[in-house]
Design a protein around this ligand. Structure first.
Ligand code: NAD
Length: 417
């Protein structure tokens, strides 16, 4: 992997820029450039046919100055330690910008789970917890969650294995659990909902009317499909284009979220939706709309197309959809970008609420979750927005400044630096 594409090098570079801006001392800067602790594991899993396959995995606890480390576990064939390190660093900034009393972590196993049967997947999930060791996890140490190709069922198996090893029940050792095992209501659509709350606040400061605002959404998975449905319900957005990995659809009159989701479930894609025109993902990004919501992959808005983006606001539900060069171009052109680790922090915020409910062993209703999520997202948005105005930097740099300062202060108070 080239240095430019290495995600951890990119994460370090972003931190370096923020550190220079803040004038961080050498020791604080150096400590923040590296994971505090990481473990590499190799473990066997018995396959259904009796053979044994050997897997490699990681858990990175990047920084826990502000509280227990928090971050998902990914099962992915292209997983690397540097991807996991970068994601763990970004989790550190995400929990800090949201002012959650948590640090940052991430885990991963190099595996294509689509090749495994359900029983093999269960044995792999349990083996990962045994290999990393129950001593690494716990509500006061490190709390995993679902990520790419892991889900509430995988969390349930991991929780069960942890309980067997630890010898006591601690539902808060993992989040994104099924509801009967201490999951939180509102977790499923929290990322989209949280992002829409930040869009609502951005519209207020920009003087943008959201009712009827034309919107394009790239990606139609958890984040994108809920952004469509809730965007219409909560804000009155008029979603005119959506896409998935097979391509996109466009109807200037607007697209009905339930009908599009039904079509995707039946055919495997949003493409060929009746009454809409098929478009490419590249076309979707540069449509003449008010709001653009990247909710698929990283690296979508680049130097090559940033000059053609017509949206007034970019709502980054995806992680890393905009390259640093594109950030500068959008900022100069006056396009307002709500940066990923602020915009998509609704998921980890409700995960934090899940930990709180587990610790109390008392559960909130949906209205309570939504109200508290709204408050956290609104506060974080305005803190970042004010910082961007104060220093005349783009919102992503402002989010870094807020987050890095908070982590650095916790490290100072604890006497680390
Ligand atoms: P998902 O797997 O549910 O959906 C991903 C969607 O992207 C699918 O519809 C897929 O078809 C589409 N896609 C894949 N390749 C594409 C391409 N080349 N062009 C257009 N669309 C493409 O994933 P998700 O959970 O919705 O996550 C989407 C993004 O949001 C990721 O960047 C993820 O890191 C980020 N995110 C998600 C959450 C969450 O809670 N789900 C939280 C924070 C960040």
């Amino acid at each position: 992997m080239s240095e430019q594409l290495n995600p951890f090098k990119m994460a370090q570079k972003q931190l370096d820029e923020a550190a220079a801006f803040l004038g961080l001392d050498r020791a604080t800067h150096e400590l923040l450039r590296w994971p505090k602790r990481e473990i590499h594991v190799t473990f066997p899993v018995r396959m259904d046919d009796g053979s044994v396959r050997v897997f490699h995995g990681f858990r990175v606890q990047y920084n826990d100055a502000r509280g227990p480390a928090k971050g998902g576990i990914r099962f992915h064939p292209a997983e690397t330690i540097d991807t996991v390190r970068a994601l763990a660093a970004w989790m550190t900034w995400k929990t800090a910008v949201m002012d959650l009393p948590l640090g940052g972590a991430k885990g991963g196993v190099i595996v294509d789970p689509r090749e495994l049967s359900r029983t093999e997947l269960e044995r792999l999930s349990r083996a990962y917890i045994r290999a990393v060791g129950e001593a690494m996890f716990g509500i006061h140490r490190d709390v995993p969650a679902p990520d790419v190709y892991t889900n509430p069922q995988v969390m349930a198996w991991m929780l069960d294995e942890y309980i067997a090893l630890a010898g006591y029940i601690d539902f808060g050792m993992i989040t994104g659990k099924p509801l009967p095992l201490g999951g939180s209501v509102g977790r499923i659509d929290a990322t989209a909902r949280g992002g829409l709350y930040t869009l609502r606040e951005a519209a207020k400061v920009l003087g943008l009317e959201l009712k009827g605002a034309t919107t394009a959404i790239q990606g139609y998975g958890n984040a994108g499909s809920y952004a469509h449905k809730l965007g219409q319900e909560l804000l009155g957005l008029k979603v005119v284009a959506v896409s998935d990995s097979k391509g996109g659809i466009y109807n200037p009159e607007g697209l009905d979220p339930d009908a599009v989701l039904k079509h995707k479930r039946e055919t495997g894609s949003v493409v060929n939706f009746p009454g809409a025109r098929n478009i490419t993902n590249a076309e979707l990004l540069t449509l003449d709309v008010d709001v653009l919501i990247p909710a698929a992959l990283e690296g979508q808005i680049t130097e090559a197309n940033a000059g053609d983006i017509k949206a007034k606001v970019v709502v980054e539900l995806a992680n890393g959809p905009t390259t640093p060069e594109a950030d500068r171009i959008l900022f100069e052109r006056g396009v307002y970008v709500i940066p990923d680790f602020l915009c998509n922090a609704g998921g980890v915020t409700v995960s934090y609420f899940e930990m709180v409910q587990n610790a109390y062993n008392y559960y909130w209703d949906a209205e309570t979750v939504y109200r508290r999520l709204d408050r956290k997202m609104t506060q974080a948005f305005h803190t970042v927005h004010e910082t961007a105005k104060e220093y005349n930097v783009h919102p992503r740099m402002a989010a870094y400044l807020v987050a890095v300062q908070r982590v650095a202060e916790a490290m100072r108070l604890r006497g680390w630096v």
